[in-house]
Design a protein around this ligand. Structure first.
Ligand SMILES: Cc1ncc(COP(=O)(O)O)c(C=O)c1O
Length: 356
């Protein structure tokens, strides 16, 4: 399937072979126990296996180019990589400026168990400098919320030369825009609560590994800790995959147009967009201006998260978790008509200007 286009691949990913009278995507399997006799029942209990997960994992594995494990959230996926892998004497390199949950697991939990934690900014040279002696380097690219884009291939080589594994959180990119395993990473992780499910109504996560044994270890961890997703949620996620490519195309067309508008407007500064995806960030003069803009936008809901069909934005400093300007706004562009979004943002920015 790898020579086919993105929309073709995401539409067909993980579907069973055609069978007379059967649906394209079989419905969710609800099971705690099932009929299973004889020795050994790896999939005989609902915490350890489910055919709905297996189909979605096959889809994600096809898109990422590895073996995927679906978990109950992005953070469950982060934990499934970090916690079983790292113990006393190990060294973790992790971002100081990316999704805060990773940092908190590292400093509040792993460090207490004797893992040396090196927090470094999302910058190729800074990460490289922290690699000697590392066990695992965790990177996020593009980084959320700073939108830094890292050189995965070069960092994978540098990590391996240093004897470390490389894990990449590619939530902001999706496997249609970035395939970390093909670039040499050992783990490709994402929160599927964003683009992959795409409707701001599900919380899910996954990790794909290049080495099937590592995927199997994470599956065992998921069964042990019970970090399992509900079958209905996973079925909905699989059902959302075929629209991923068209959603992204519309989101990117609007994002590109909004970047131009923002760059030309005197109220907005430091506009950053990786050139793909729905997330762009910019900075207004202060928190008051940012709140005025968010309050005046009619089509862009004030909300956290990103990648959904509805446009959303938030003043990121309201969380208090990032070292960030008070007027910094993260905007996630939805699938509304581009012209409508441009008009709404133009009016909102003008309202900020007039009030000053
Ligand atoms: C880059 C990134 N990684 C991980 C997560 C955690 O994912 P979840 O909220 O699905 O647990 C998020 C959530 O915002 C994220 O933005």
């Amino acid at each position: 399937m790898s020579d086919l286009g993105d929309s073709t691949r995401s539409t067909h990913a993980g579907l069973p072979d055609a069978a007379q009278g059967e649906p394209f995507l079989p419905g969710p399997t609800f099971q705690a126990a099932n009929h299973w006799s004889g020795d050994g029942a790896p999939d005989g209990y609902g915490r350890t296996g489910n055919p709905t997960w297996a189909r979605y994992e096959a889809a994600l594995g096809e898109l990422e180019g590895g073996e995927a494990v679906v978990l109950s959230s992005g953070m469950a996926a982060v934990a499934a990589v970090l916690l079983p892998l790292l113990g006393p004497g190990d060294v973790l390199v992790a971002p100081s400026d990316a999704y805060p949950g990773v940092r908190v697991i590292a400093t509040d939990h792993l460090a207490k168990r004797g893992v040396e934690v090196r927090l470094v900014p999302s910058d190729d040279a800074a990460i490289r400098a922290a690699l000697p002696g590392a066990t695992l380097a965790w990177i996020e690219t593009p980084s959320n919320p700073g939108m830094a884009c890292l050189d995965i291939a070069a960092l994978a080589t540098a990590a391996h030369d240093a004897g470390a594994l490389l894990a990449v959180d590619g939530t902001v990119a999706t496997p249609l825009r970035q395939r970390a395993l093909e670039l040499g990473a050992d783990f490709a992780m994402a929160s599927a609560s964003k683009y992959l499910t795409g409707h701001a109504d599900l919380v899910l996560g996954y990790v794909a590994a290049r080495d099937p044994a590592r995927a199997q270890a994470m599956r065992a961890w998921r069964g042990l800790t019970g970090a399992i997703p509900g079958p209905f949620e996973v079925w909905l996620a699989h059902r959302s995959l075929p629209t991923l490519a068209v959603r992204l195309e519309r989101q990117e067309a609007s994002a590109r147009a909004l970047v131009e508008l923002l760059e030309a407007h005197p109220a907005a500064g430091d506009v950053r967009w990786p050139g793909f995806g729905a997330v762009l960030v910019f900075t207004l003069a202060d928190a008051e201006d940012a709140d005025r803009l968010l309050g005046s936008l009619k089509l862009v809901a004030e909300a956290t998260s990103f990648g959904g069909v509805h446009s959303t934005a938030e003043r990121r400093a309201r969380w208090g978790t990032d070292d960030i300007h008070e007027g910094f706004i993260r905007l996630s562009v939805g699938i509304e008509d581009t012209a409508d979004l441009l008009a709404d943002m133009g009016d909102g920015l003008d309202a900020v200007n007039i009030a000053r």
